[in-house]
Structure formats: structure tokens, C-alpha cells
Design a protein around this ligand. Structure first.
Ligand code: FAD
Ligand code: EPU
Length: 337
């Protein structure tokens, strides 16, 4: 593993911020894990980077970045109705979704086209269009960077929640996720309940969608709605959709009858942060090259050579406007570095 110094990070993250890391290396083989442990004692901070699609570099990274390129997908066990599949953490997430569809293994189709790596998928329990990875997650193995021991985590250990896991909290920065095992179904169980999936399928005259049809519909919706990082740097939703209790929701609904909301099983209400931001008149709002995306207000973009600092300032302005109008503090989804 060769360590390069003063490496420009622009190609390694989807926000396209022009900044650098003081040290940068790549891992391609598990045999190199002993070096990772050695580096952990030598260089701090140390960051494991996947596809860089959920990070914002707010300043130069004064430490070591290890770009994860561990590859491999294997069938671990065939059961009667399901197959356990293990994917190395450096595999592309969307590539893995395509692999599963090709092998007639189902459960991932609603999560098509989410950027990034398999290894980052448990970090925030990625989700879209009515599914989260916790629905098909079996186990993961991760190297404890402090002890050097490879540990196994089941779903309960991971403490998955909405865009949450133990790896974003008490275990933050302590583990290198090496592989993730998923429990995929032999029989399709298509879920077309969320958002525009049904509308897209109907427009194509598809009455009995296959999992591949669902994946294609999700790909179409995502491509229409979300900015392509190759054109405008971004990290998807910048904030989480806030969850509030029923009494606060009813008060807000009296004041804002059109408020977009989703009743949760807990009795709480999830609000659409994009709607809240749009109501503040911020769609298309620009600050020093950073902007609120004009087609999806929950996404902040690098419209024109923005710095990480400018994106951060914009995000704070958005939070302040939403707080002043609705009394709600938006929580950042993107990992700020
Ligand atoms: P990175 O950005 O490289 O890393 C994110 C964090 O995870 C960092 O803290 C990093 O240190 C840590 N990390 C990464 N790999 C490992 C590892 N192997 N071990 C330990 N720590 C690790 N997310 C959703 O949930 N749903 C969506 O619908 C969605 N849509 C998106 C659309 C766009 C256009 C973009 C740009 C992003 C979107 N995202 C979405 C966010 C992002 O794609 C996911 O969070 C994805 O899982 C990040 O993967 P990554 O490999 O790029 O992670
Ligand atoms: N809306 C607006 N204005 C906007 C944007 C959204 O009014 O500018 C309202 C609309 O009413 C719309 C509703 O918000 O119906 C929901 O919008 P959308 O379906 O685009 O989803 P979202 O809540 O903005 C979430 C996830 C996405 C995920 C989609 C689909 C979060 C933080 N974001 O976005 O995940 O792809 O649902 O499931 O939960 C990500 O995490 O990076 C991400 C892109």
C-alpha cells in the first residue's frame, strides 16, 4: 500500500469539492489489513472512504484516507427460500443490486442506483422507495481498528434506524467494515407502494411488474429527480426528514394545512424536509457557488466551484430558515469532515 501525499480529493467524492488529503492510500486485498492497523497507530485522523457519496469535505483532510477497493461477491449458503450472499465492502452498491437481479435473487430492487459502496450501506442503513437495507441484512464483518480483531455484527448489534446505525454513533471511526451478508429471496416480493413507482409502471403498461421492472422504474424516477453528481456535485439528501410527535404535528398542520407528512408506526409523523425548505422560498437559492437544487430542495449542490465551507454555510442558512418558519431543526444526513 503506497501512501501518496497532498492528494486532490475531487475525483474521490461526489460533491466535487476541490480540496486535498495530506495522505492517501488504497486497499485492494485483505492481506493488507495488518498495514491498515499499523497506519491506524501512525496516522490520525484516519478515514475509510468508499464512493465518497455521503461526505462533505468542509476543509482539507489533515490525515490518512484509505480508499476501500476490496472486491468479491460470493454465495455463502443456499436455503429453501433464500440465499445468503456476501459482498466485499469495496463493491459498488448498484453493481451488487444488478448482480442480485441477474442471479434471480430479490429484495434489493427498490435500492437500485444508490451511489457508493456495499461497505457504507450499513453506516446509515441506506433506504429508498419503501425499502432499507435492514430488510435484507443478515450480518457484517468489521475490523476493530483499536484491537485488530475482526468482529461480526447482526442486525440488532447494528442498531439500525432511519438513516442510522451504531457506526454513526458509539462506534464511529472505530471499525473498517469488510463485508456485508444479505438474505435475498428466491421468490419476488415486489413493493411498488412508494412514491411514483406505480405511476411509472402504469405509464409503461406494466401490470404485473417483475423485480427488474421495479428496479427500472426506480432508476427512471431517480434519474429524473436527483442531480447527476457528474454535472452538479452533491451527496443526495443533505438533511434527514424530521420526525415529530403527534401534538406538534397537529399544531403545525393547523398553521400549514398542506404540510407533507407520513404517519409512522410509532404514532410519530415524518415530514418531508424538501417541502419545508421549499416553503422557505429556498429552491435555487445560491451562496458562493453552492445552491439548493431547483428540482429537489433537500439536495444541496456544488453549482459552480463551491468550497466545502460554502456548502456548510448554505446548509446552516437552510437550517436557520426552516427553524424560524417551522420551529424544526433539520439534522444533517451527510457526514461532515
Ligand atoms: P462514503 O461517502 O465513502 O462514506 C460515508 C461514511 O461511511 C464515511 O463516514 C466513511 O468513513 C464511512 N465508510 C464508508 N465505507 C466504510 C467502510 N467500509 N467501513 C467503515 N466506514 C466506512 N442514500 C440513501 O440512503 N438513499 C438514497 O436514496 C440515496 N441517494 C443518493 C443519491 C445521490 C445522487 C447521492 C450522491 C447520494 C445518495 N445517497 C443515498 C447517499 C449515499 O449514496 C449513501 O449514503 C451511500 O451508502 C454512501 O456510500 P459511499 O461508499 O459513497 O460512502
Ligand atoms: N418535496 C417538496 N419539494 C421538494 C422536494 C420534496 O415539496 O423540493 C416533497 C414532495 O411532496 C414529495 C416529498 O417531499 O412528494 C418527498 O420527496 P421525495 O419522494 O423526493 O423524497 P425525499 O423525502 O425528499 C427521501 C430520501 C431519499 C430517497 C427518497 C425516495 C431522506 C433524507 N431522503 O427523499 O434518499 O431516495 O426519499 O425514497 O430520507 C438520500 O438519503 O440521500 C436520498 C436521496
Amino acid at each position: 500500500m503506497r501512501i501518496d501525499t497532498h492528494v486532490n480529493l475531487k475525483p474521490y467524492h461526489t460533491f466535487g469539492i476541490d480540496t486535498h488529503a495530506s495522505q492517501f492510500t488504497r486497499i485492494q486485498h485483505r492481506a493488507e489489513l495488518n498495514l491498515v492497523l499499523q497506519f491506524y497507530t501512525q496516522y490520525q485522523p484516519l478515514l475509510i472512504l468508499g464512493g465518497g457519496s455521503n461526505v462533505l469535505f468542509t476543509k482539507p483532510f489533515e490525515g490518512l484516507i484509505i480508499k476501500n477497493e476490496l472486491k468479491g461477491i460470493r454465495i455463502k449458503k443456499r436455503l429453501k427460500n433464500e440465499t445468503l450472499v456476501e459482498a466485499a465492502s469495496g463493491e459498488s452498491w448498484h453493481g451488487f443490486v444488478c448482480w442480485a437481479l441477474k442471479h434471480h435473487l430479490y429484495g434489493l430492487e427498490n435500492l437500485a442506483l444508490i451511489p457508493g459502496s456495499v461497505g457504507a450501506s450499513p453506516m446509515q442503513n441506506i433506504g429508498a422507495y419503501g425499502r432499507e437495507i435492514k430488510d435484507v441484512f443478515e450480518t457484517l464483518e468489521a475490523l476493530n481498528l483499536k484491537t485488530g480483531v475482526i468482529e461480526h455484527f447482526n442486525a440488532a448489534d447494528c442498531k439500525f434506524g432511519y438513516r442510522e446505525s451504531i457506526f454513526k454513533h458509539e462506534c464511529q471511526g472505530q471499525y473498517f467494515i469488510l463485508s456485508v451478508t444479505f438474505r435475498l429471496h428466491h421468490q419476488p416480493r415486489v413493493n411498488t407502494s412508494y412514491g411514483a413507482i406505480n405511476a411509472v409502471l402504469q405509464s409503461k403498461g406494466i401490470l404485473n411488474p417483475s423485480p427488474q421492472d421495479v428496479a427500472n422504474a426506480v432508476i427512471q424516477i431517480r434519474s429524473d429527480k436527483l442531480p447527476d453528481p457528474a454535472k452538479y456535485g452533491n451527496a443526495g439528501s443533505f438533511f434527514k426528514n424530521p420526525e415529530i410527535d403527534a401534538s406538534l404535528f397537529l399544531k403545525l398542520q393547523q398553521q400549514f394545512p398542506d404540510i407533507v407528512h407520513y404517519l409512522q408506526a410509532s404514532g410519530h409523523y415524518k415530514l418531508a424536509a424538501g417541502w419545508l425548505i421549499e416553503q422557505c422560498g429556498l429552491k435555487g437559492y445560491m451562496h458562493d457557488g453552492a445552491a439548493v437544487h431547483a428540482a429537489q430542495a433537500l439536495v444541496l449542490i456544488n453549482a459552480s466551484a463551491a468550497t466545502g465551507k460554502a456548502v456548510l454555510e448554505l446548509s446552516k442558512h437552510v437550517q436557520q430558515c426552516v427553524f424560524e418558519r417551522f420551529g424544526i431543526t433539520l439534522q444533517t444526513e451527510v457526514n461532515l469532515l
